[in-house]
Ligand binder design. Sequence first.
Ligand code: BGC
Length: 255
Amino acid sequence: MQKPVKEFAIGVDVGGSSIKCALVDLSDGALVGERHSIPTPAQDPVDTLLEAIAAVVSLIPGDHPVGLAFPSVIVRGTVRTAAHLNKAWIGQPLATLAAARLRRRVTAINDADAAGLAEQRYGAARGVAGTVLLLTLGTGIGSALFIGGKLVPNPELGHLQVDGREAEQRAAARIKVEQNLSWDAWTHELNMVLKELHSLLWPDLIVLCGGITENPEPFLAKLRCEAQLRVGALRADAGIVGAALATAPVESGGA
Ligand code: BGC
């Protein structure tokens, strides 16, 4: 019997502070070779960020298709919001611009949707039916929503008002650092956000992702939520893996 041909794609995760990139084996979500990371020129003009993406992708040999996870609403490859990027990004056809620059096929997807795809296919949400909500706690709060295994793209729940303030202004990982919040104070904010989200969506499972969840001991036991809570299994690689998966959508994709 012939062995199935392995498929690979490059996943690029453009975060508020760094651009992370690696080659991904689409058959098991494993990173192949080195993982690269460079700072994100978040407030620079569109061209500078595109150039940075091209530079990091060029570190990986071959002409594999590229999946771009971007910290914005992405509709059919076009950027529609820019909460933590230069506002000039709004309206830019990211997938088309990057494909021209990289001279290959590019798929663009919201960064939290990408992390969600990875956690659903290979991580903490694998095999979970019903409503699954994934939150990325980083520069902002990203959200991915799955209903019956199908991605509902771009939910933007990080901008939900929770008792008069945006969820991501309360409980993004950046806020803990910038406001020098204790674990207790930050967990209190996150619990308010979880309570509000639960009361609106009644998810069966909430998966928490982002750098701050790499070492969850200081806060995990303090979290209170009626839904089952899990920490992402792919940790800091979820965005990269999900971006790569988005180049070969099975039945759900973001762009
Ligand atoms: C953006 C989202 C993004 C999230 C995480 C939010 O501010 O509006 O699109 O997914 O940050 O990067």
